[in-house]
Unconditional design. Sequence first.
Length: 323
Amino acid sequence: MKQYLDLVRAILETGSWQENRTGIRTITMPGAMMRFDLQEGFPAVTTKKLAFKSAIGEMIGFLRASRSAADFRALGCKVWDANANENAQWLANPYREGTDDLGDVYGVQWRKWPGYKVIEASADARLADAAERGYRNVTQFEEDGVRKVLLYKAIDQLRQCLDTIMTNPGDRRILFHGWNPAMLDQIALPACHLLYQFLPNAARREISLCLYIRSNDVGLGTPFNLVEGAALLSLVGRLTGYTPRWFTYFIGDAHIYENQLDMLKRQLEREPYESPRLQIADRVPAYAQTGVYAPEWLEQVEPADFSLVGYRHHEPLSAPMAV
């Protein structure tokens, strides 16, 4: 994972000190990118032991639209505990629903984005079209003397991506995101990795992914997010019959927390090992072999379905997470 170490060096050499909401200073660099060919290996950090199962557990929690730290813990991921139960701003938020609640974070937006339409009650064709698309009538009201209908449906953005890959792989709008402005005041942490775009190549039967992250804790968050993005691309490719290829990782605000400097400097002294490969269990159906499209496996996969083959790593290193 030379690219990761190069990013750390670039931040240390060109970044500047900044204050932030956590109270722990960061060395920050605006704008960064890494690009990985998944046919050459999985982007797992080797200069320390990677918390692979925890990262996979978090991804699966997102796929299941989890909004409770308890759900993530049950999947082997404890990184949401502090955000749910120790963040003073969230603890005082009137939308918080008790211990372990996170609000409608990441996966809820991915799989159950709250979609609303307001249509004039007399617009029969528009109302019929909305109903055909799965919207249901919530209520009617009057605005400026005009009778209107409020309609709602939960939008499964990720499932729509898979359906489009299967039916229209040349579409350049195969994407989903987690930045819902109407919900930012009702969640423990606004989405950091907020935009995913799938790019199928039907001629080569390859699929790539671009991931944009608005703000990235490079010491702890980047290794996690690399696992999740590459694993998600591999899962989507398996379910749609495409070979995972390019994973491009964009960061807006790339930063290193002051209390993680020692950990990262030690990693820079270590020589990275060869990248491992991701293995997905045979029980997860592969469209390329079965010809059966089974998108319901987005919710059915378990942490044990994912493993790294040939993963060599240096001794573990740890650092605190800023909340």
